[in-house]
Design a protein around this ligand. Structure first.
Ligand SMILES: NC(=O)c1ccc[n+]([C@@H]2O[C@H](COP(=O)([O-])OP(=O)(O)OC[C@H]3O[C@@H](n4cnc5c(N)ncnc54)[C@H](OP(=O)(O)O)[C@@H]3O)[C@@H](O)[C@H]2O)c1
Length: 246
């Protein structure tokens, strides 16, 4: 078990990629705090992890709120005794042409996908650095590396996240805390409901491996970044896109 005795918080783990990461970490022996906005979805993931024999804690919180993120991290630290691993994965998705993009949509994506990282990391990194071991992993997107039509708001948040990852990696490298990002291409999650079948077929054609990624494949990369074996890897952005971006 590669995370035996470790305690993790995975934001946005009531669904999709975060859910797969939470389940993968639990299978490797970690206690996992499961977060999202819907209590029903959180409870289902907690039940699934507990049924597999691991410890789980459901924490409903809006990562875009500094106070709620702070309280969530403190609760996980209180219940588990400490927090070793933070995965900033929570995100919202609107696929919107720029000339139709509202201020509210821009603000929501920037608040959840970018400020959410600040809110959670600000609360979690201090105690990790004081203990001399910590892992912060951000789930971003290849749109943060390439830009993408009709995703100016998402690209802005994800590119910003890459800057935060590099800055924090440099600041905390000597404290035993690594900070890395996984930038997926398209992944099979409820987010795909935003696209028409035709749009998905177009996307598929442009993925060299010939299919959309699976949440479990993102979880394997998160497991590597979370492990002891990745102690020398920090400030990196892993493009995990089936060859979409080479
Ligand atoms: N799927 C893809 O193709 C893809 C590609 C590149 C990057 N990503 C990134 O991967 C991450 C996960 O996406 P996904 O595809 O797994 O989406 P998903 O299945 O829709 O899951 C999103 C998760 O984030 C949570 N969430 C949303 N807003 C939140 C908030 N304000 N506070 C706390 N939790 C919040 C959701 O909780 P509720 O359901 O309770 O609202 C849910 O658990 C996102 O950052 C996304 O940008 C996804």
């Amino acid at each position: 078990m590669r995370l035996k005795g470790k305690c993790a918080l995975v934001t946005g783990s009531s669904s999709g990629i975060g859910r797969a990461i939470a389940a993968r970490f639990a299978r490797e022996g970690a206690s996992v705090a499961v977060n999202g906005r819907s209590p029903e979805k959180i409870a289902a993931v907690v039940k699934e992890i507990e049924a597999a024999g691991a410890r789980a804690l459901g924490v409903r919180a809006n990562v875009g709120s500094f106070a709620e993120a702070q309280a969530m991290v403190e609760r996980a630290e209180r219940e588990f005794g400490r927090l070793d691993i933070l995965v900033c994965n929570a995100g919202v998705f609107h696929h919107t042409p720029f000339l139709e993009l509202s201020e509210a949509e821009w603000d929501e994506v920037l608040t959840v996908d970018l400020k959410g990282i600040f809110n959670c990391a600000r609360a979690a990194i201090g105690p990790m650095a004081r203990r001399g071991w910590g892992r912060v992993i951000c789930v971003t997107a290849i749109s943060g590396l390439t830009g993408y039509p009709e995703m100016a708001h998402i690209a802005a948040a994800k590119t910003g996240a890459h800057g935060v990852v590099k800055a924090l990696a440099a600041e905390f490298a000597s404290s035993g805390v690594t900070v890395n990002a996984i930038a997926p291409g398209l992944v099979e999650t409820p987010i795909l409901a935003n696209f028409t079948e035709e749009a998905l077929a177009n996307f598929r054609r442009r993925i060299p491996v010939g299919r959309i990624g699976r949440p479990e494949e993102i979880a394997e990369a998160a497991l590597y970044f979370a492990s002891d074996e990745a102690a020398y890897t920090t400030g990196q952005i892993l493009n995990l896109s089936g060859g979409t971006l080479i």
